[in-house]
Ligand binder design. Structure first.
Ligand code: GLA
Length: 410
C-alpha cells in the first residue's frame, strides 16, 4: 500500500512538473534536418537595398525558374530589410501596405507555387539596420506571424541591440520559432562579433562570419564607424573557421556580388569558385531578371555548385601560397577532391603542378590527397572538360584575379 502511495505521489509530481515544463521550459535548439547542404537562393539587399516590393519579388521568383537557377539548386527567395510596415495595436507586425499590398501570405503562396521557398528578415534589436521595427520584445509574436505567412527562412540581424548578448538573443528567437512550430532556417547575422561559430551550431543553420560584403574584388570600404569588405578580404577572414562548419551549420561569408557589375568576368568566377570551395551559402545578390549570359553561366555552373553542395559538407582550406597563387583543397564524397588555384594578383600567373610529388593531409577531415597512390582523373569545372590524369604534370596560366578550378575523381 505504502509503495502504491509513493508511486502515486511521484507520478503526480511528475505530471505537475511536466506541466510546468511545458509552460516555462523553452527549446533553444534549432530545427534539425534543414540546410544539410549550404542554403542556395537569392536575397534582395546587395542590389536593391530598401527598394523592395511584391512586384519585384514575384518577378525574381519567375526569373529563378526561367533562368535555370531553380534547376541548378537555388531555392530561397529572401526579402531583406525594409519590407516592414507598422505593428498593430496588439503588436503584430504587418508589411508595408504600399509595397506589399497583397500581403506576405499571398507572396509566400506565389513563391511556393513555383516550387521555391520564401525568406524574410528581422533584427534582434528594437529596430532593424534600416530603421524598421525590430523583433526585440516581440520575438514569439513575430515567429507566429512568420509561421502563419508560410516563411521558410529568417535572416536575423544585429542592429540596435543595446545591452543584448548575442547567444541569448538568438536563442530567444530560436525558442520562438520552435514554439511557432514551422521549420524555418535561421540565418544568424551578427557579423561574427561574438564568435557565433562557437555557439551557433545548435541555435541556427548559418552564421555570418564578417561584416558586410562590398562590391569589389580586393578593397575595403571604410565608413569610419564600420567597414565593409571586398571579396578577398572576406575570404581571408574565414581562416581557422572550417572546423565549425558542417551539414546543418555553416559559416556564412555573406551574399554573392556576382553579376552586380563591379567585378570582371574572371573575378565573378573567382568569387563564385571560392564560395563553393568554402561551403558557403550561395545566396545570389544581383538582379536575376536581367542577367547577361556570362553571369548566368557563373551562377548556374552545376559542376561548381556540386562542389559547394557536396554531401560531406566539409569546408575547403587554403593549403599554400606561391607567387600570389593560392592553392585550396576541399575533400568531396567518394574520396574525390576539389582543387582550386586562385590568382590574387592582377597579372597572369603560370602554375606547374607535379601531382606525383603532391601529398596533402587534411587533419581536420582526416582525409589524404595522395595522387602518387591513386590515379585521379582531372576535370576543369569551368571549361567542363576532362584534362587528363595525375600521371602527367599540369601546366597552365591563370589570368589575373581568376581561378583554375579542378575536380579530381578516383
Ligand atoms: C546589415 C546586414 C546586411 C543587410 C543590412 C540591412 O548590414 O549585415 O546583410 O541585411 O543590415 O539593413
Amino acid at each position: 500500500m505504502k509503495k502504491v502511495l509513493i508511486t502515486i505521489i511521484l507520478f503526480t509530481v511528475h505530471i505537475i512538473g511536466f506541466g510546468q515544463g511545458n509552460n516555462y521550459v523553452q527549446n533553444y535548439k534549432k530545427f534539425e534536418g534543414l540546410a544539410l547542404t549550404p542554403p542556395m537562393g537569392w536575397n534582395s539587399w546587395n542590389k536593391f537595398a530598401c527598394n523592395v516590393d511584391e512586384k519585384l519579388i514575384r518577378e525574381i521568383a519567375d526569373a529563378m525558374v526561367s533562368t535555370g537557377m531553380k534547376d541548378a539548386g537555388y531555392t530561397y527567395i529572401n526579402i531583406d530589410d525594409c519590407w516592414h510596415g507598422e505593428r498593430d495595436s496588439l503588436g503584430f507586425i504587418h508589411p508595408d501596405p504600399k509595397r506589399f499590398p497583397s500581403g506576405m501570405k499571398a507572396l509566400a503562396d506565389y513563391i511556393h507555387s513555383k516550387g521555391l521557398k520564401m525568406g524574410i528578415y528581422s533584427d534582434a534589436g528594437s529596430q532593424t539596420c534600416g530603421g524598421r521595427p525590430g523583433s526585440r520584445g516581440y520575438e514569439f509574436q513575430d515567429a507566429q506571424t512568420y509561421a502563419k505567412w508560410g516563411i521558410d527562412y529568417l535572416k536575423y540581424d544585429w542592429c540596435n541591440t543595446e545591452s543584448l548578448k548575442a547567444e541569448g538573443a538568438y536563442k530567444t528567437i530560436t525558442a520562438a520559432l520552435r514554439k511557432a512550430g514551422r521549420p524555418i532556417v535561421l540565418s544568424i547575422c551578427e557579423w561574427g562579433n561574438d564568435k557565433p561559430w562557437e555557439w551557433g551550431a545548435s541555435v541556427g543553420h548559418l552564421w555570418r562570419t564578417t561584416g558586410d560584403i562590398y562590391n569589389c574584388f580586393d578593397c575595403i570600404n571604410d565608413h569610419v564607424s564600420w567597414k565593409s569588405w571586398g571579396v578577398m578580404q572576406i575570404l581571408d577572414k574565414q581562416d581557422r573557421l572550417r572546423e565549425y562548419a558542417g551539414p546543418g551549420h555553416w559559416n556564412d561569408p555573406d551574399m554573392l556580388e556576382v553579376g552586380n557589375g563591379k567585378l570582371s568576368e574572371g573575378e565573378d568566377r573567382a568569387h563564385f569558385s571560392m564560395w563553393a570551395m568554402i561551403a558557403a551559402p550561395l545566396i545570389a545578390g544581383n538582379d536575376i531578371r536581367k542577367m547577361d549570359r556570362k553571369t548566368i553561366e557563373v551562377l548556374t555552373n552545376k559542376e561548381v555548385i556540386a562542389v559547394n553542395q557536396d554531401s560531406l559538407g566539409i569546408q575547403g582550406f587554403r593549403h599554400s601560397i606561391k607567387d600570389s597563387v593560392e592553392t585550396w583543397y576541399k575533400p568531396l564524397k567518394n574520396g574525390n577532391w576539389a582543387v582550386c588555384y586562385l590568382n590574387r594578383s592582377k597579372s597572369p600567373k603560370p602554375v606547374s603542378i607535379n601531382w606525383q610529388q603532391t601529398a596533402v593531409a587534411d587533419n581536420f577531415a582526416k582525409r589524404g590527397f595522395l595522387p602518387n597512390q591513386t590515379n585521379y582523373s582531372i576535370r576543369n569545372v569551368w571549361t567542363k572538360k576532362m584534362i587528363g590524369d595525375v600521371k602527367k604534370d599540369l601546366k597552365a596560366v591563370i589570368p589575373g584575379h581568376d581561378v583554375l578550378m579542378l575536380v579530381l575523381a578516383k
